[in-house]
Design a protein around this ligand. Sequence first.
Ligand code: ZN
Length: 106
Amino acid sequence: MAQTIVSVAALQATIARALHNAPADRARIERAATLIALGHVQQTAADEFTCESQRTLGVHYVVTPDGCSCVDAQRRPEQRCKHQYAARIALAAARAAVCVRISRAA
Ligand SMILES: [Zn+2]
């Protein structure tokens, strides 16, 4: 399986931006960072991920930056769940890593 390698610094900067942009969602963003750090987030398509449930091992949610199959997202569709934040952070950090690589090659 192909992997995108993202530096811890790029991940930290992306999480800091997310916290700055959505301070009210700090708890969800921090749980999203934990999901990424523990390797529970796997990219399955350009903008689709699976995320393992922290409560029920073996249960995986299908996640995009704007949707998730978890209970939290179904109950509160107006808010982003931690899985959606994890997907958004992973995508943004990967984009930042690509930008760094491009700028070094130039
Ligand atoms: Zn979710």
